[in-house]
Design a binder for this molecule. Structure first.
Ligand SMILES: CC(C)(COP(=O)(O)OP(=O)(O)OC[C@H]1O[C@@H](n2cnc3c(N)ncnc32)[C@H](O)[C@@H]1OP(=O)(O)O)[C@@H](O)C(=O)NCCC(=O)NCCS
Length: 171
């Protein structure tokens, strides 16, 4: 996959943890990315408050938030963590430029760091998406995730569950 020539320390483009002042901007990305989901501000606001069960990171270009990613710890705070990539979105104008892939690649080490601080390790990463969503390809390439099952008629259509097993042993 092609990648932007950038690092997470570039001043013009960075992936960082969400802050309270980002909630409105993240809600804008959400509303422009998920047409069937309502009350973007309410959704992002309550997820923001759920840290560390939910960890959100944003992609920022200059002063603009152009994308976000939302990771969730599944089934309690465990020593071996099953993490779900629950949501990722990039503003339409910024898609196909590597932002989504870099949100995954740069935020996952930050999550691992926070887990290590409490003596936990990442076991598996879970992600679900529509069977026809292009995002599947990004999940395969960035996480080495593969489809384990398909659930018919879950949200608006069939949804695949993808899993990246034993991810800490690979990175
Ligand atoms: C899914 C989504 C987050 C992907 O974000 P993105 O920033 O477009 O993702 P990337 O740019 O990293 O990768 C997308 C494509 O751009 C290509 N790309 C990556 N870097 C690139 C670059 N520097 N120049 C040109 N193309 C590039 C990738 O190769 C990829 O193409 P491919 O599918 O042919 O491999 C975005 O499409 C989106 O917000 N969709 C709506 C919400 C959604 O469906 N979210 C997923 C379910 S939760």
């Amino acid at each position: 996959m092609a990648q932007l020539q950038m690092t997470n320390t570039d001043t013009k483009y960075k992936i960082r943890r969400i802050e309270s002042t980002d909630v409105t901007s993240v809600a804008k990305v959400h509303s422009q990315s998920f047409s069937r989901q309502i009350d973007s501000a309410g959704w992002v606001s309550c997820n923001f408050k759920a840290h560390p069960r939910i960890r959100i990171f944003v992609a920022q270009v200059d002063e603009e938030i152009v994308g976000y990613i939302q990771w969730i710890e599944k089934s309690g705070f465990r020593k071996e963590v099953v993490l779900e990539l629950e949501q990722i979105a990039v503003l339409p104008a910024w898609r196909n430029q590597g932002v989504g892939s870099n949100l995954i690649n740069f935020s996952l080490p930050l999550v691992k760091e926070e887990l290590a601080n409490r003596g936990a390790v990442l076991k598996h990463v879970l992600v679900t998406t529509r069977t026809n969503n292009e995002a599947q390809k990004i999940y395969r390439e960035t996480l080495n995730a593969s489809v384990v099952t398909t659930i018919p008629d879950l949200f608006s259509s069939a949804e695949v569950i993808m899993l990246s097993r034993n991810i800490s042993e690979r990175s």
